[in-house]
Design a protein around this ligand. Structure first.
Ligand SMILES: Cc1cc2nc3c(=O)[nH]c(=O)nc-3n(C[C@H](O)[C@H](O)[C@H](O)COP(=O)(O)OP(=O)(O)OC[C@H]3O[C@@H](n4cnc5c(N)ncnc54)[C@H](O)[C@@H]3O)c2cc1C
Length: 392
């Protein structure tokens, strides 16, 4: 066997083992009633999160030979979670982003202090970028600011919006303006690691229609003092640093969306085999079958695009960015289509809160606008993939 073939086989086996490990944890911990309860009560399933971390599913790279198959393994974990415990999947997208930012830009003190507890499941982080006046154009709109003090520390003041899990996160990665630069909105922003219990931070929950088992929060910062050693990466270059890691976030968002699509379609197919009308299963009606088939074609397309983008990202991150954007668009489309078809296929039963279809339907909306809206992803693909003039 050639070396290349042997490596491919090893990777395929390792990836299959990762998928099995997520499924084992889900089989042990997740029941439909438990998922419904967390969604209805808007509570985070901390025990499930910890079980996933204890199974090594946050610290994946250690066992996958450095970071050789990191993107492929992360997308597998997130696909499985998207299909079953979507809100936990969304929170793990954020943890993976924190891992990436700390791994890439953290110094050894920061990695020791913040990465180890994340890997162990003893801590969770939130990523605080969006603001009330800016999501897509957040850099230009950013009013949260950090002012350097004589002793080298910074005082952060301002507001952030939609920050997933911030109520009970252990620390936040916060972007704040440190310098006003006339010619560039994206320079002059710095990334800070802010322990959640630092005085001057207030969080308030936001009532959202989806991803209800992960609380979204408004955060207010009032003269929050952060020591110089908790600047993450370079002063004034924080936003550029984040842009450099967005490929992984796009891919990971695509993976959760793809998981939602798969989970919803699987559920709908089982349902239409059982539900009877006019003396036969409703799945025997051609109109219904065609809708389900069209959804499954979108899902298979998204699966291949996602796998291709994840594999290319592992081989050459720089070459994969448009592929990841395309995969994200395909996965978001598959998720909204499959959940819409699933609702139609179930008639009134799709509306029932005890059954999961309405939850998939609500949750699928997230990845039409996060981490970037589908419209901005189209702008990006138009410019970078088709070579057209920037459209905004
Ligand atoms: C459940 C949830 C969880 C979230 N989690 C986090 C989190 O953990 N951390 C965080 O920082 N943020 C988070 N967000 C925020 C999320 O990233 C933003 O909602 C997203 O970036 C879009 O910004 P916006 O909502 O302000 O939309 P806007 O920027 O106001 O966009 C409104 C519309 O205008 C369109 N538009 C804007 N500019 C253009 C353009 N140039 N071309 C074409 N169309 C355009 C958009 O596509 C969209 O359709 C979360 C949001 C939600 C709802």
């Amino acid at each position: 066997m050639s070396l290349a073939t042997k490596t491919e086989t090893t990777t395929a086996e390792e990836l299959a083992a990762v998928r099995q490990r997520v499924r084992d944890v889900l089989d042990e911990h997740v029941t439909p009633e438990r998922l419904t309860r967390h969604d209805e009560e808007e509570t985070y399933d901390l025990d499930l999160y910890r079980a996933l971390a204890k199974a090594g599913l946050i610290q994946l790279e250690a066992e996958l030979d450095g970071r050789r198959a990191l993107h492929q393994s992360q997308t597998i974990v997130l696909e499985e979670l998207g299909a079953r415990a979507t809100s936990i999947g969304v929170s793990i997208v954020v943890q993976y982003m924190g891992v990436e930012l700390l791994h890439t830009f953290g110094n050894s003190m920061q990695r020791d202090r913040f990465l180890a507890p994340l890997f162990a499941g003893d801590a969770r982080m939130s990523f605080a970028l969006s603001e009330p006046d800016g999501g897509t154009d957040v850099a230009r709109a950013m009013s949260t600011h950090a002012v350097a003090q004589e002793d080298g520390s910074y005082l952060i003041s301002g507001r952030k919006k939609w920050i997933g899990g911030a109520m009970d996160a252990d620390f936040l990665i916060v972007l704040a303006r440190t310098t006003k630069i006339e010619r560039s909105a994206i320079d002059g922003i710095t990334m800070f690691i802010v322990p959640r219990d630092t005085p001057g931070i207030r969080t308030n929950p936001i009532d959202t229609m989806g991803i209800r088992a992960l609380e979204q929060c408004d955060i207010e910062f009032e003269n929050v003092r952060v020591p110089a050693e908790l600047v993450l990466g370079r002063v004034d270059k924080g936003f550029r640093q984040v842009l450099g890691t967005l490929n992984g976030e796009r891919l990971n968002g695509a993976a959760v969306a793809f998981g939602i699509a798969r989970g919803a379609l699987d559920y709908a197919v089982e349902y239409v085999k059982e539900r009877q009308a006019f003396g036969r299963p409703v799945g025997a009606f051609q109109g219904l079958q065609h809708m389900l088939v069209d959804a499954s074609v979108k899902i298979e397309g998204a699966r291949l695009l996602l796998q291709n983008a994840a594999r290319t990202s592992d081989e050459d991150e720089g070459a994969s960015e448009t592929l990841s954007a395309i995969a994200k668009l395909a996965a978001s489309d598959a998720a909204t289509t499959a959940t819409d078809v699933g609702m139609r296929a179930m008639g009134g039963w799709g509306f029932l809160r005890q059954l999961p279809m309405q939850r998939y339907f609500r949750d699928a909306r997230l990845y039409t606008f996060a981490p970037l809206t589908d419209e901005m992803i189209r702008n990006y693909i138009g410019e970078k993939h088709l070579g057209l003039p920037r459209s905004y």
